[in-house]
Design a protein around this ligand. Sequence first.
Ligand SMILES: NC(=O)CC[C@H](N)C(=O)O
Length: 309
Amino acid sequence: MPQTPRLDALVRDIAERMAAAEERGRVATYIPELACIDPARFGISVCLADGRRISAGDATRPFSIQSVSKVFALAVALGRIGDGLWRRCGREPSSNAFNSVVDLELEGGKPRNPFVNAGAIVVTDAILAGRTPKEALAEMLGFVRAAAGDDDIYMDAGLARSENLTGHRNWSLAHFLKSTDNLLHDCELTLGTYFHQCAIEMSCEQLARAGRFLAGLRAEDDLISRRNVRSINALMMTCGHYDGSGAFAYRVGLPGKSGVGGGIMAVVPGVASIAVWSPGLDRYGNSLLGTQALEALSEGMGWSVFNVG
Ligand SMILES: NC(=O)CC[C@H](N)C(=O)O
């Protein structure tokens, strides 16, 4: 059980340091709505096994979770389809950008993993089987709300519509997938659903709570099987930060997933679920200060899963 006075002080100290940091990275500009988010924001929230929560900074302000949604989509898809999903999507890290077209072509239309955009589009396409986009989105949002234990979580439809108009990379990925018969539905249908799931808005407090099922912190563990939890954590460790995943494992040592909205959800198995948010990104599209904050937290608490004592 973590020593909470120490954790309290550490979280507060990290939030103060991050709020004062000068080098904050660059906000994503390719999604117009994200370009105008204030880079001065920083939030952090930690949920512990005994139900306590420690937060600091802008921890209650909702932000666009973007690719962190890929974790929830994968949980829904694995629950429904199981290992059959891996016929359509790989489980290997990637060495190109999260929206790389080259990777997809090199792999003959099978995405490297479910956390790069092409892989997430395939996962969403799988969830859509036998459902309308509305039903699929309701299922994903329902999962997120159940995970967080909070119904006050919504999608920003305006942001989804604008990404639909400007997300040409994702359109090219969807069309390429279609050309290799790895997309069951029309590009419009699958991408429309994908853009909406990316536009889910959550605060650090909500996101940290939503990650508890991956840390094994929920008493009532009815959301997904333990086996699927293990699979998702392995994929978050190896692929959750795209071509920056190796450095994240080295520095933080925790399964985690980032989004271009600047959020990161990370888990300390059996101990804690963490969410951080700072909109400025590094060159891989991961939150610059969010990663620094997790590094300091993991180091300070001895939380890296690679620690030997
Ligand atoms: N890395 C991300 O968060 C990317 C999500 C974003 N909606 C996109 O598809 O480009």
